[in-house]
Ligand binder design. Structure first.
Ligand SMILES: *[C@@H]1O[C@H](CO)[C@@H](O)[C@H](O)[C@H]1NC(C)=O
Ligand SMILES: *[C@@H]1O[C@H](CO)[C@@H](O)[C@H](O)[C@H]1NC(C)=O
Ligand SMILES: *[C@@H]1O[C@H](CO)[C@@H](O)[C@H](O)[C@H]1NC(C)=O
Ligand SMILES: *[C@@H]1O[C@H](CO)[C@@H](O)[C@H](O)[C@H]1NC(C)=O
Length: 564
């Protein structure tokens, strides 16, 4: 249920009349359930993840009407993004029987009401008002994701109780909804959903504009539903980019109409994505404020391309890197980029360029001859290939992203729009921004999720701006990304490998640097992260215990979710 309110009609809601006598019949208890989750130690902690940039709270407890209605205030039309998000979040907030829900719930509630002689409920918050100032729903890097959230009991009894989210874009409003949902707790005594520590006033915005998670669907195929589950869970931690490493040397699962034999390189004909699947993923992600950045990694990591088109291999015994000497190679790249441009609206496109071993180019006679004719070394040809792929991508209106090897090998030649993606070495972003490039931080020692021995606190303390002190250079670090390489992760374990450690990076990327850099994060972050992990579990995400020595392993023994 939602109510659409043009800006000029807001006043109607302010004059909505609730008889004063009804309002005063039920005084809510305050403070009683404040600490029920963590025992007595935690009243000063705010159980929000990632931590908002500015907030104040109080000591009241407010109840939320399970028939919470939505009041949308915007200049232009009803946003489907917001109305569907509101319904989604209502489902997450009101899970328990006794709170409206279906027919069965209603019966149970009636029965209970007759038993405990509670005939009418009255709630402090009956409506969620969302005010969005811009009707532009284009999702791109740097879109305004800020929002404010206010939750307080109305002082005037005749005003319907409401919480308010205000944002410049729907994407800010989505983050506000997530934060609102994290304030809501089901109280098992009153069987109502309550917000503790009200009134809340939250003013929030991300520290970095690029907050990514990489998924690898070449080493293991991930079904569409699993990718969607992961996207959905990303929105809980306010991630905003899914970097889809679709293709690699092992398999080519994606349909490319321009070169329809390419997906013969899939493991089986059942492990493929149609273009419609890809579009569906992009749209599903957009509805949650998440961009999808596709990757086509060239010229290395591309052996699977040759299954459908063996001409792309220099020779049957030299299948990687792709044949630099043939125009056909670049025709295929151009065809792929033309097809993908129709599906992926995000301005960033990842062209890979990592781990290129050119030795077999030099040992394949026709490539060797081509190199000589062009007066190129194999290293020159690697540069030639990467730059040519960049030109094709730029001609199709993409901004190229490349792994750091390209920057290390020929920094002066890369297109100035290039975004350098760090993974291997530390200090790469510092070098890249000093040369004027933008950079994404993914240092493998901390943010490679397939490294199972990296603990949550090492993930949490990794800092994208490490070693960068010049403010204008700091601005060139657009953010960071955790990478879920798929060699040892498939549907059976991918989500428990991603979560909860990805959330540690998500807070580093979203929250203010001073609030994530406390001396003792065991005190300031760990209990909140454990809480967030339990929230993921409650929402059906199989996030692993936080303090495991190895990520994704099972709990060591019996115990509360909040302690493990
Ligand atoms: C490159 O490939 C060749 C041939 O497969 C191999 O002998 C060599 O060790 C590789 N070089 C590196 C740096 O991996
Ligand atoms: C080949 O390249 C080398 C080094 O870049 C250069 O010195 C030389 O003049 C070039 N030769 C020709 C024929 O272009
Ligand atoms: C900061 O970096 C920019 C760009 O590299 C440079 O122009 C500027 O002089 C630097 N400022 C300081 C204080 O070093
Ligand atoms: C950090 O806080 C935890 C929990 O209170 C405590 O056990 C630990 O000793 C503290 N560590 C430091 C370095 O102060």
């Amino acid at each position: 249920m939602f109510i659409f309110t043009p800006k000029c009609l807001v006043l109607i809601y302010y004059t909505f009349f609730v008889p004063q006598s009804l309002c005063s019949t039920l005084k809510k208890s305050t403070n009683l359930h404040h600490n029920h989750i963590h025992g007595s130690s935690s009243s000063s902690l705010t159980y929000l993840w990632p931590l908002p940039s500015h907030f104040t709270s109080g000591d009241q407890t407010l109840s939320i009407n399970p028939s919470l209605s939505l009041s949308l205030v915007s200049d232009n039309g009803v946003s489907v993004i917001l109305t569907t998000a509101f319904d989604r979040y209502k489902g997450m907030i009101f899970k328990h029987g006794g709170n409206g829900g279906g027919v069965g719930f209603g019966l149970v509630r009636k029965l209970r009401e007759s038993l405990v002689k509670v005939s009418s409920y009255e709630y402090d918050i009956n409506q969620l008002k969302i005010i969005v100032h811009s009707d532009n729903e284009e999702l791109q890097l740097g879109v305004d994701e800020s929002y404010t959230l206010k939750v307080s009991k109305s002082k005037e009894h005749y005003i319907v109780g409401e919480a308010t989210i205000e944002a410049n874009t729907v994407y800010g409003a989505l983050h506000g909804l997530e934060t609102f949902s994290q304030l809501c707790f089901f109280d098992y005594t009153t069987k109502t959903v309550q917000i503790y520590k009200a009134p809340w006033s939250i003013q929030d915005e991300p520290r970095f504009s690029y907050r990514g998670l990489m998924l690898d669907t070449s080493r293991h195929y991930l079904p569409i539903d699993v990718i969607k589950q992961i996207i959905e869970s990303m929105s809980y931690a306010k991630f905003n980019v899914l970097h889809w490493h679709i293709i690699d040397e092992e398999s080519f699962p994606l349909e490319i109409p321009a070169y329809s034999n390419l997906w013969k390189g899939s493991y089986t004909k059942w492990e493929r994505y149609t273009l419609e699947d890809a579009y569906e993923i992009v749209n599903f992600a957009k509805m949650r404020g998440i961009n999808v950045m596709a990757e086509m990694d060239v010229p290395g990591h591309a052996e699977s391309w040759g299954t459908g088109y063996p001409d792309l291999w220099p020779s049957p015994s030299c299948r990687e890197p792709l044949d630099v000497s043939k125009t056909f190679t670049f025709d295929v790249i151009s065809g792929i980029l033309t097809d993908l441009r129709k599906i992926f609206p995000f301005e960033l496109f990842h062209l890979g360029g990592d781990e290129v071993n050119t030795s077999c180019w030099s040992h394949t006679s026709h490539v060797k001859e081509w190199l000589q004719n062009h007066n190129m070394t194999a290293k020159d040809a690697y540069e030639y290939f990467v730059l040519k792929a960049q030109d094709i991508a730029i001609s199709k209106n993409w901004t190229p992203v490349n792994w750091e090897e390209t920057f290390i090998a020929f920094p002066a030649k890369l297109h100035p729009k290039t975004i350098v993606h760090n993974w291997y070495d530390s200090g790469v972003c510092a070098k890249a921004v000093a040369k004027g490039f933008r950079c994404i931080f993914s240092n493998q020692g901390f943010w490679y999720l397939d490294h199972l021995d990296v603990s949550w606190d090492e993930v949490y303390t990794a800092e994208p701006l490490e070693g960068i002190y010049n403010a204008s250079e700091q601005k060139l670090v657009i953010g960071g990304e955790v990478c879920m390489w798929g060699e040892t992760a498939d549907t059976s374990n991918v989500q428990q490998t991603i979560w909860p450690r990805a959330a540690a990076a998500a807070e580093r990327l979203w929250s203010r640097r001073d609030s994530t850099s406390a001396k003792n994060i065991t005190l300031t972050a760990l209990p909140r992260l454990q809480h967030f992990r339990c929230l993921l579990n409650r929402r059906g995400v199989p996030a692993a215990p936080v303090t495991n020595f190895y990520a994704r392993s099972a709990p060591v023994g019996p115990g509360s979710c909040y302690d493990q």
